[in-house]
Design a protein around this ligand. Structure first.
Ligand SMILES: [Zn+2]
Ligand SMILES: [Zn+2]
Length: 154
């Protein structure tokens, strides 16, 4: 997901390209794997636009959602996360660090076929897999004294 693509969406919806909005878009697209929460967006966007307030950050995020420019991912008991990738994809969610990585779905569901065969009309979807990211696996492995275990068993 590129910055240009999101700016294009703003223009389509008739939203002005303001400096606070650009700062927030920057955070949403930087490291396209991250799916930031509002507090991260605020912290990082404020570095780019000094006078940004938390309430402007929230207002802008909600405006983007309302216009279908970004999507919110809600989690029980955890901060909501936001993403600009509106294509059908799988979110790979790390249970340890909370990182969310986009993975292109190998198949896509034909919504017309779903409606035809079941009468069910899909309005939105969430596709998530839970596990551990590469960094966390690396950290877990180095924290486990496998060498010690091996010594004791031999
Ligand atoms: Zn992780
Ligand atoms: Zn995603």
């Amino acid at each position: 997901m590129t910055k240009e693509a999101i700016i294009e969406r703003l223009k389509e919806k008739g939203l002005n390209i303001t400096s606070p909005r650009l700062a927030i878009i920057d955070v949403l697209v930087e490291d396209g794997h991250f799916h930031p929460g509002a507090s991260h967006i605020y912290r990082e966007a404020k570095k780019r636009h000094r006078s940004l307030s938390l309430s402007t950050t929230y207002a802008t995020i909600h405006e983007f959602i309302r216009h279908g420019i970004i999507k919110a991912l809600e989690f029980d008991g955890k901060e909501n996360r936001f993403e600009g990738n509106l294509d059908e994809h799988i979110n790979l969610i790390c249970e340890r660090c909370g990182k969310i990585i986009d993975y292109k779905a190998p198949i896509s569901v034909d919504r017309l076929d779903v409606a035809k065969t079941t009468g069910f009309v899909i309005t939105s979807n969430r596709w998530e897999y839970y596990g551990y990211c590469r960094d966390c696996i690396k950290n877990l492995n180095s924290a486990t004294p496998t060498g010690e275990l091996r010594k004791r068993h031999s």
